[in-house]
Design a protein around this ligand. Sequence first.
Ligand code: AMP
Length: 278
Amino acid sequence: MQVCYTINELLSAVDKFKQEGKTIGLLPTMGALHQGHLSLARRAKEENDVLICSVFVNPIQFNNKEDLEKYPRDLESDIRMLEEIGCDVVFAPSAEEVYAEKPTIAYDFGALEQVLEGPCRPGHFNGVATIVHRLFNWSKADRAYFGEKDYQQIAIVKDLVRQYSIPIRIVECPVYRDEDGLATSSRNKRLSEQARKIAPKIHEILAKSKKMSTTLSCSQIKSFVESEFNMRKEFKLEYFEIVDAVTLQPIKQTSVKGAVGCVAVWLDGVRLIDIQKY
Ligand code: AMP
């Protein structure tokens, strides 16, 4: 496995793969890898001749300075984990390397970015689009792998690919959960032992709402989920929305069938997100 720290190193590795006629799978990450990332990495490795995994904590997608500073980083462990699953290239550039060329594009994702994470994290998706666009260009990947935990991110990335005619296929991967149901996340590492024990409630509440979804209306499900979070003082609910799976706009119809519930909730000073498909 090759570890590239510069764009030129990555471009040379990619050129070689292309000359050999190999297909390339790309997995963009911010590191502090966990089993969720590895489930995507294994799939990418299975479906492509080579896997390029990027590990880069992208400063311009953070709207909160403290979140950026506290974001867990462990490149050594990331490299070890990726080596074990047969990754071919790890791209771990510095921010100076990535942004030596200053970003010039102001992306516009219209209504897609005006809901859910968009209003809560101003500039976030512009930052995501900037790095993902660059990674797509540098890696010349055939397929790029994204997790449904960041449901809105997938919709944004698909729109990026459409708007800029990027020849890449976006592969959506299911949420990977710990045994107790908590969606694995790099930010889980920041939870206290006690908060970690409470965190599975997030999925529990959402799963319960799914069970109720055949008999309850959209607004009833929304009230149920909101009250479940609000009655527990450990949680501070930022939003829970039931949205159309494609447009991400809050659904207007009574039945939630086919829609997606998206939640952002604070626990122990850590912001966690999760989804529920109905
Ligand atoms: P991150 O390092 O958090 O930016 O995540 C990198 C990629 O892994 C993103 O496409 C995430 O959606 C995906 N990912 C992170 N956690 C999970 C999970 N628990 N299940 C599935 N995909 C995940």
